[in-house]
Design a protein around this ligand. Structure first.
Ligand code: CA
Length: 252
């Protein structure tokens, strides 16, 4: 995108128009802070946990999405308890160009499935963070934080654990665990972000929802050329498989 802006500014008439609108300075700033494109592929390694939509953002060193041992922010609680990336999305809409550099959302990733998105990083917003809910938990999530993607010269693979946001007790009970289809009430926990211990299966949640908390997702981050987004996406569903049952309870 930045290369295109700089190229357009070399046209005399466009340069005049851009100068009049103040965009020449913007183009110069972009030339000094060249954006790079990275491809992010999320793979769900679990057999019984749907991943909610994923929120992925580039940002500077002064911004932190989440960290082990810290209290989860309200937007992170919304993801971890309800698979709701709306608050993060709203925050991104107001802070792209300041706290955030770029932000994207991927749709749900089913067990065994993958999702691929593209995001830009710059010298001033070189770090990538991402989060998504482990959909069949009280407040479980996975993700990554502060990965320097601007410096990447090749693909990097992240093996990610499951985390507990510390905001809701893992009671695994109907009425509290939304994926059971009978409500998503809160049972406040007042804790901090920690490694998740998995689904016990001794309440209403089935043991089949258990997962290895040490390895729930694999994320591959690859620096790519600007035309990489023109490549056809990988098939998301087997055309011979029936579509997901619309009557299934919401995953949150
Ligand atoms: Ca919890």
């Amino acid at each position: 995108m930045s290369r295109r802006i700089v190229a357009l500014a070399s046209s005399t008439s466009l340069a005049v128009a851009l100068a009049a609108s103040g965009l020449t300075a913007f183009a110069q700033d972009m030339a000094m802070d060249q954006a790079r494109l990275v491809k992010i592929t999320i793979e769900n390694l679990t057999t019984g946990q749907n991943f909610s939509p994923s929120f992925i953002v580039s940002h500077g060193a002064a911004t932190r999405l989440w960290a082990l041992g810290e209290t989860a922010s309200d937007p992170l609680v919304a993801v971890a308890e309800g698979g709701n990336v709306g608050p993060f999305s709203g925050e991104a809409a107001g802070t792209i160009g300041s706290a955030f550099g770029d932000a994207v959302i991927a749709v749900h990733t089913p067990p065994g499935g993958t999702r691929t998105v593209y995001v830009t990083v710059t010298e001033s917003h070189p770090l990538l963070s991402g989060v998504w809910m482990l959909g069949m938990t009280n407040d479980g999530f996975s993700g990554f934080a502060g990965v320097d993607a601007y410096a990447l010269t090749g693909a990097v693979t992240l093996d990610l654990m499951g985390y507990d946001a510390g905001s809701e007790v893992n009671n695994e009970r109907s009425g509290f665990l939304g994926a059971l289809g009978a409500g998503n009430e809160r049972d406040p926990e007042g804790g901090v972000i920690a490694v998740h211990t998995g689904v016990r299966g001794d309440a209403d949640a089935p043991a089949e929802w258990n997962f290895d908390p040490q390895l729930v997702a694999r994320v591959t981050i690859t620096p790519v050329a600007w035309d990489a987004m023109m490549e056809p996406a990988e098939p998301m569903l087997d055309p011979d498989e029936p579509a997901m049952d619309a009557d299934e309870p919401a995953m949150n």
